[in-house]
Design a protein around this ligand. Structure first.
Ligand SMILES: Cc1cc2nc3c(=O)[nH]c(=O)nc-3n(C[C@H](O)[C@H](O)[C@H](O)COP(=O)(O)OP(=O)(O)OC[C@H]3O[C@@H](n4cnc5c(N)ncnc54)[C@H](O)[C@@H]3O)c2cc1C
Length: 448
């Protein structure tokens, strides 16, 4: 019997220890002869932000990573409401069937992170490693230079460093992200403090006004989440919105959601037309006021254009997660996308036995069209909304709110929320090899 020799040894540096970096490391740890190190800038791994939704697409990839059973905490989002924030009118209701193997949940970000972390091979994460530069060493991989003065070389650098990616900035010079106009303030709080203020606070719900909304949801373990969004004209507000997860005061946040508040900042007052300055229901405002001083974090949403390739420098650099598609959380499933990227990347490397020149183009072929479809969808949605607004002319505030929520004819989003990445991989293999051989190939890959 002949034993296959090991594939060539591959030194892989993952920059970033978010959902993308951690899941990529888990998936790569099953690929023979790959040495993985994660370099994370933070001195300890802690998630900024409050809650996160885990839908079917995300569960699918968590299953493949072997992590799904570790994620046990969360609020089952069997009902999701969209309401008028001023009148309380229910504008849209989703009731999910119970047939799914794992129900959709809203959980704490830290729960997802610790579930992933518990499956990462011990000793491969290096903290306090802020990447400053990558340099193409041509025949000897890529050099990574860190803020602490250390330097390492890798055959493959995986940029899992988020929407403000340093890897992308260097390998895709000229790429730029811009403030979208949306700012999100997020916090967790004990849900027992607020859940009785309105019977609907036990349900995941968006409370809308024309240019703002307040998302309220239990996240399990007696905690709940508030994610309050406000839109401001990016032309006048981009300069100050450069950071992520910035602590802000209660007064700062509440001012954006309370017309009568005498602290309403000038910038909020000038950017909202008078007709749009409405008040939220008292119960919604009371929830906002219950957040403890010091607990609010501000996230300014940035977005950047579509990339035509997610690989660079002759297949020595690849982007996964938010760095690869700067969509600013547009579909509320970015952690799922990041994990799908990581899993697919590992399959391509295993399949081509660590041959970067063949694996990375296949990764591109699978993921670029998927992200392209997302960009296309958002463009179409924006055009539809603008046309509708023009057509409606002068409309009441309530109609504007209704329009925000109710989309003509809706659109089938199962290509995102029902995405099964294992099926995607199977189809890709069928495309490149012809279906008769695929079952054998997949059987051989089962251990990966
Ligand atoms: C308001 C909001 C709500 C969202 N809700 C959901 C949701 O419900 N469900 C969902 O699936 N997704 C959601 N998302 C999207 C999700 O948060 C992201 O898509 C996901 O975190 C992307 O993971 P990532 O690993 O690519 O990047 P990140 O999570 O941003 O992780 C990047 C990591 O890289 C590190 N890093 C950055 N620069 C460097 C450097 N120079 N050197 C070393 N390390 C570095 C960072 O410290 C960080 O740890 C939401 C996003 C937003 C903004």
């Amino acid at each position: 019997m002949t034993v296959d020799p090991l594939p060539p040894h591959l030194r892989v540096a993952i920059v970033g220890g978010g959902p993308g970096g951690l899941s990529t490391a888990i998936a790569l740890s099953k690929v023979p002869n790959v040495d993985v190190t994660i370099y994370e800038q933070a001195s300890m791994l802690k998630e900024a932000g409050a809650g996160i939704s885990i839908g079917q697409n995300t569960w699918n990839v968590l299953e493949l990573l072997g992590v799904a059973d570790t994620l046990t905490s969360g609020h089952v989002t069997s009902t999701v409401l969209n309401l008028n924030g001023k009148t309380g009118e229910v504008l849209h209701r989703v009731e999910r069937t119970k047939s799914e193997n794992r129900p959709n949940i809203r959980t704490q970000r830290t729960k997802l992170q610790s579930a992933l972390l518990s499956h990462v091979r011990p000793g491969i994460i290096q903290l306090s490693k802020r990447l400053l530069r990558v340099i193409d060493k041509v025949s000897n991989g890529v050099e990574l230079q860190f803020q602490d003065g250390t330097v390492v070389t890798a055959d493959l650098v995986i940029g899992a460093d988020g929407i403000r990616s340093v890897v992308r900035d260097i390998a895709w010079p000229g790429y730029e992200i811009k403030f979208t106009g949306t700012t999100i303030w997020r916090a967790l709080l004990p849900w027992d403090d607020v859940k009785d203020l309105d019977p609907r606070f036990g349900t995941t719900a968006w409370w809308h006004l024309p240019t703002t909304h307040v998302y309220l949801s239990p996240v399990g373990e007696s905690l709940g989440e508030i994610a309050a969004r406000s839109w401001q004209d990016p032309a006048t507000h981009s300069a100050s919105k450069v950071s992520w997860g910035v602590p802000v005061t209660k007064a700062h946040v509440e001012a954006h959601f309370t017309v009568g508040n005498t602290n309403l900042p000038v910038k909020a007052a000038v950017c909202l037309p008078l007709t749009m300055r409405q008040d939220y229901l008292p119960a919604v405002r009371e929830v906002l006021s219950k957040v403890h001083e010091g607990d609010w974090r501000e996230f300014a949403a940035f977005a950047g254009p579509e990339l035509s390739e997610l690989t660079a420098w002759n297949n020595k650099i690849v982007l996964v997660g938010d760095s690869s598609h700067a969509l600013s959380g547009a579909f509320g499933s970015g952690a799922g996308f990041a994990m799908e990227d990581g899993w697919i990347l590992a399959q391509t490397l295993a399949y081509f036995r660590n041959d970067l020149s063949r694996a990375l183009p296949l990764f591109n072929d699978i993921r670029v069209p998927y992200y392209s479809r997302m960009y296309g969808h958002l463009q179409k949605e924006a055009a539809r909304r603008e046309a509708k607004l023009r057509e409606m002319g002068d409309v009441s505030e309530d109609d504007r709110v209704r329009m925000k929520v109710i989309k003509d004819g809706g659109s089938d989003m199962s290509w995102i929320y029902g995405n099964n990445i294992a099926e995607v991989w199977r189809t890709a293999l069928e495309d490149i090899k012809g279906s008769s051989k695929v079952h054998m190939e997949l059987a051989a890959l089962n251990s990966i």
